[in-house]
Design a protein around this ligand. Structure first.
Ligand code: NAP
Ligand code: MG
Length: 441
């Protein structure tokens, strides 16, 4: 804590272009160590190596480059309300900020929060999940190797209810950016209220993926399987509810099953693996509980196998259930390879089912009809809406959840502003003396 306060005295004041140079160095080193970081993340989280080395680590490097080049966006407003005043706004870093990270995408989430926080001039205290402590440590080492002064980037390991809570409560931490479950997000918001600390919260989701009769069904089938099983279903934006229009159900579902059949559950370090194991024993038990419940109440329409897997690992087969929209597995965030399929009659019913959730993180729809696409984008209650696509993410486009999926946005200029506080300056250039009774606030 003290090291981040002390380091802020200098880091918050250096030229923006200099911070950009540091960020570019971090990006260079992430690219240089891509294999090593990818392997660490794969072993720590159980993610397939093709996802870490091939996608997630390069993504973090590109986010660092994006923020390194954002210096020209540090511009504020001038106000010409009164010619005798010079009035302008200033955006300044908060100081030390707390960054609390979940286990499912540790390196990516560290990257997208820290690139923006550092570029904005803050110093940072990162607390990764106890289940996945390793990539935060690697990130800290890379920042030091890039020449970022000691104390600017700090990593604290430990239990959320102790180390995480201390970050949220500490008066020296001026802002908290958290990604994790909605329940922990709520408790962070309550704790942050003690010091009126601003929070950015990226929370859970139970996301609808809607397939209309006028969709390109081949693309929709591939996309539906991708979004259901990416990261073994352990992703906040997972399309874990598949809504299929009744008129195409019998044609479309065999196409989905055909796609699901191609998936390989296996050892994360094997380049053929699509789905690795579940993160922990307790998460594995939770997913099994939902699966057993669904087997009892709903119809299991496809189950894959775990033939390639080590018997002692927390591997689960891909499962697809047909459910009704009131069932538990259609309402609760599960975070595992379970897909809940729901039929709908028409657009109106699809929207109603899609929005009938406390969450509002991501939605996707598949249609070739432009008017329908525009209508769906208006009607869906979520921070992301994908049309004929899933999981697209660009560094310059902000993202964040609505409803109980969060507060605030990350990435883009909005993600930078989330790590800056605003000030307004009035400088008087006239000669009038102030007298009481002449107004003011
Ligand atoms: P989690 O249980 O909420 O934990 C997230 C982080 O918060 C961990 O580092 C955890 O520490 C810490 N923590 C726990 N209790 C805390 C407390 N009282 N005060 C401060 N910190 C505390 O989430 P998770 O199980 O790691 O991740 C899965 C969840 O993250 C899912 O709900 C998923 O939807 C969400 N998620 C959201 C997004 C998004 O962008 N919206 C992205 C990824 C994941 P320990 O676990 O080490 O104790
Ligand atoms: Mg958890």
């Amino acid at each position: 804590m003290e090291s981040s306060e002390k380091a802020f005295e200098k880091w918050g004041k250096i030229k923006i272009s200099q911070r950009g140079t540091y960020l570019n160095k971090v990006a260079d080193l992430i690219e240089k160590y891509c294999q090593k970081i990818g392997l660490i993340e794969t072993r720590d989280v159980g993610k397939p190596i093709k996802a870490t080395v091939g996608g997630e680590v390069p993504l973090v490097a590109s986010i660092f480059r994006y923020y390194a080049g954002i210096g020209d966006r540090f511009r504020n407003a001038f106000y010409q309300t009164d010619p005798e005043y010079l009035v302008y706004s200033l955006s300044q870093p908060y100081g030390p900020v707390g960054i609390i990270i979940p286990w499912n995408y540790p390196f990516v989430i560290i990257g997208l929060k820290c690139a923006a926080a550092l570029m904005a001039g803050n110093t940072i205290v990162i607390k990764p999940s106890q289940s996945t402590p390793c990539s935060a440590y690697e990130f800290g080492k890379i920042c030091l190797e890039a020449g970022i002064p000691a104390g600017v980037v700090n990593v604290v390991q430990g239990k959320g209810s102790i180390a995480g809570n201390e970050i949220v409560r500490h008066p020296g931490i001026k802002k908290v950016s958290f990604t994790g479950s909605t329940e922990v997000g709520k408790s962070i918001m309550r704790e942050a209220a003690r010091t009126i600390k601003p929070v950015t919260l990226e929370l859970g989701g139970k996301n609808p993926n809607i397939v209309f009769e006028d969709a390109d069904l081949d693309m929709a089938a591939a996309g539906s399987v991708f979004t259901a099983y990416l990261n073994t279903g352990q992703i906040c934006t997972s399309g874990s509810r598949l809504l299929v229009q009744e008129s195409i159900y019998d044609k479309f579902m065999p196409m989905v099953i055909e796609e699901a059949r191609k998936l390989v559950v296996g050892q994360p370090e094997d380049t053929k693996t699509d789905l690795g194991p579940i993160i922990t024993k307790s998460q594995y038990d939770t997913v099994l509980k939902y699966s057993n419940l669904a087997k009892r109440d709903c119809s299991l329409i496809y189950e894959g196998n775990v033939d390639n897997c080590h018997k002692k690992g927390f591997f689960l087969p891909v499962q697809i259930f047909e459910v009704n929209s009131a069932h538990k597995i259609a309402r609760e965030e599960i975070f595992g390879p379970l897909l809940a399929v729901i039929r709908f009659k028409d657009e109106e019913e699809a929207i109603k089912i899609a929005n009938a959730t406390r969450y509002g993180l991501a939605s996707a729809f598949w249609t070739q009809n432009l008017a329908r696409a525009i209508n769906m984008a208006q009607a869906l209650e979520s921070g992301f809406v994908w049309g004929n696509a899933v999981h697209t993410l660009f560094s310059d486009v902000p993202y964040g959840g609505l409803k109980e999926s969060g507060i605030g946005q990350e990435l883009g200029i909005e993600g930078l502003k989330a790590f800056m506080q605003q000030k307004c300056v009035y400088i008087y250039t006239g000669k009038d003396r102030l007298t009481l009774g002449s107004g003011g606030l």
